[in-house]
Each structure stands twice: as structure tokens, then as C-alpha cells.
Design a protein around this ligand. Sequence first.
Ligand SMILES: Nc1nc2c(ncn2[C@@H]2O[C@H](COP(=O)(O)OP(=O)(O)OP(=O)(O)O)[C@@H](O)[C@H]2O)c(=O)[nH]1
Ligand SMILES: [Mg+2]
Length: 386
Amino acid sequence: MPTNLPAEAQKALAKYQVARTIPEKIKALEEALSLIPDHKGTEKLRGQLKRRIAELKREAERKAAAKTSRRDFFTVSKEGDSQVVIIGSTNSGKSSLLRALTNAKPIVAPYPFSTDKPTPGMMYYEDVEIQLVELPAILTEELEETQYTSRSLGLVKNSDGVIILLDGLNNPVKQLEKILELLDEAGISIKPKKGEIIIEKKDSGGIRIVTFGKFHGTYREVEELLRNVGIKNAVVKIYGDASIEDLEETIIRETIYKKALIVLNKVDAVQSTELNKLKNMIENLQIPFTFISAEKKENLEDLKEKIFKSLRLIRVYTQKDGVVSRKPIVMNENATVRELAERIHKDLARKMKYARIWGRSVKIQGQQVGSDHILQDGDIIEIYAS
Ligand SMILES: Nc1nc2c(ncn2[C@@H]2O[C@H](COP(=O)(O)OP(=O)(O)OP(=O)(O)O)[C@@H](O)[C@H]2O)c(=O)[nH]1
Ligand SMILES: [Mg+2]
């Protein structure tokens, strides 16, 4: 972001940060755009603002459309350790897959739109409960949007991960292109990023940066950028590899990142030329991919493992008085001891003095660690509190 934005433009961007409603956001961004001079140095920022305005306008249209249909049937409460939604065109085999992997018994039928509401089922994988949810089709057989598209995409935003299930018998390459477009328009990014940035706005304390990886930028740049958009107090957490441009994107585009897995169904009947075309396309995307037959139950064990891996979860076992819990606490990768303590009990994080760990995250088994320590899959932890 250019550091010498006009003060009025900075004010407008600050308004955007605190705006609650879509119209407020659009107004603030349009104001900012009109106040930022058009030249080489501002080109990128202006582009991002324009794109965000277009997205917000589309979101507003969708919301208006969804209001007229009944919303209450279109929810699903989260259960288990993680929620993965299954999206795809109609007849791609979403219900067949849900039947094959979980205890749920949705209708499987050769006609379109046999599933008209989100339908959950529970899948078990190595001590972890993963809730799979079939979402009503987001594309027709002709690969056009459906009456469910916007509401189903809304549930994608709320999930922990998404399976894109492609119908191998209905031009899967075109299907995938359409689905990627729909996700992008809805502000959902599934491209694996080298890093992740989380901004936690605070009431005081200034700007603090915590890096769990490599950040290509300086403290001054971060402070300046945040000040430009009216954020004075915040903790900026940077995981993996990230740049100042990534931070910019996080702030302006409000893109939600979702872990994703692309699955081609009906491999029992797919022609190998189709399969190869799709493989070529996916290679460039760098999103994990597998192919199955939900009906013939082919390659489902591999799929289960890929679902689990794509979620990048870790299992942590608690120990009390020498006894290790049988069921793990399931957390996201990079979770800290503090986050684990918070999960066990709200007060525990505050009362915690230290913890001892056995497992891969420590060099010495039984090592004493503090609350910022990052946990790893399979760790055993004993927390000592006052
Ligand atoms: N050959 C083959 N056909 C399959 C496979 N999986 C599903 N089908 C068929 O595809 C059709 C649609 O299956 P469903 O599981 O109902 O598809 P869906 O995605 O849930 O469809 P809607 O909910 O109606 O949008 C059915 O006729 C299934 O028998 C598969 O692995 N191979
Ligand atoms: Mg179905």
C-alpha cells in the first residue's frame, strides 16, 4: 500500500474497517477510491478496492435473494471435531458419498436436486470425529447456478473444510472451472497459501506482531499500513511465509481461506482422456486431489485419509496424575498451549503456571513449557495451574 495516501482517503479506509453492514462498507470503499489519485503507485490498491466493491455488491444481491426464501431450514449445527462440507453439481454423487462414509442415509437418485437441504453425517478417522455435510447442488446439470448456490456457499464459509465433488460423467474440467469461479466470487479462497495472517483487533496496546515463520516486511510497514486503515491496536499473527502484500489482501479483501480437497467421482465409468485433462488442470492449482467411485466403494480409505490430512488437525492427549486421556483434544495445526487450555476451561489458560509435554514438540521428554509453546500431533500434555 502506498504510504503517502491523502489523509481523507485514510479516513475513508478507516471507516471501512469499522463498517458493519454491506452498504456501509461499499460507501466507505467508494469514497476511498474517489480520494486516491490514479497513478502507478496506487494502481494495485485501487484494483483491490474496485474488486472488493464488486464483490460486496454481488453479496448484497445474493442476500436480498436469499431473504425471500426460508432460511431456517438451511442450517446445520456443528458436531464432532471438524466440519467438512461437500459441494458440487447436481447428481455428482454427494449423497452417495455421504452414505459411503457416514451413518447418514440421504436419498440417492438419478434425477436432479434430490437433496434440498444441508444433510449431515459423522465420519470417524483415527480418534477424530469429522462431520460431513452434503450441501444442495450449486450447479445444474447444464452447469448453471441453482436456487441453492448462494445459501450453500454461505455454509461453505462457516465450515472447516470443503470437498469439491466432481461428476466424472459431466465435463469435470468445466465443472471445476465453474466451481472455482463461484467460490472466488463469494470471497472464498482455496488456494493453499504459503502463510496465513490473522489480525486480532484490540482496545489498547498498540500494534504487536507475532511471527511463527517468515515475514517479508518490517514492523514500520505493518504499523503504517494498519494506521492507514484506522487500526491502532492489534495483534498481527503471521504463520508460515507471508509478505506485506498478503497483509494488504487480508485487510481489504476480507477473503476467507478454506482448506479444500478436489474429488472426482464415478471413476468406474470415466474415460481416461477426461481424467488426464482434469489431472493437468489440477496440477497447476496445487490443491490436493483424488478420484473415487462412491457407488462401487473404490478408493474410499484413501479419501478418508486425504480428508483428515487436508484439515491439518493435531491430536493432543491430556494427562492427569500420570493417566493419559483416551480421547484426544483435536486442534488446528500451530495451536498453542494457551489455546488448548482455553479449550479445556475458560479459566485454565489464566490460572496456568506451566505445562509438561511428552511428544514431538519438545526436545526433552517431559519438558516444561509456557503458554506460547506450539503443540504437535500426538503430544501428551499435563497442565499445572494455581
Ligand atoms: N457410475 C457411477 N454412478 C454413480 C456414482 N456415485 C453416484 N452415482 C449415480 O449418480 C446419481 C446421483 O447420485 P446422488 O448421490 O444422488 O447425487 P447428488 O450429488 O447427491 O445429487 P443431488 O442431491 O440430486 O444434487 C445416481 O444415479 C447414482 O447412482 C459412482 O461412483 N459411479
Ligand atoms: Mg444428494
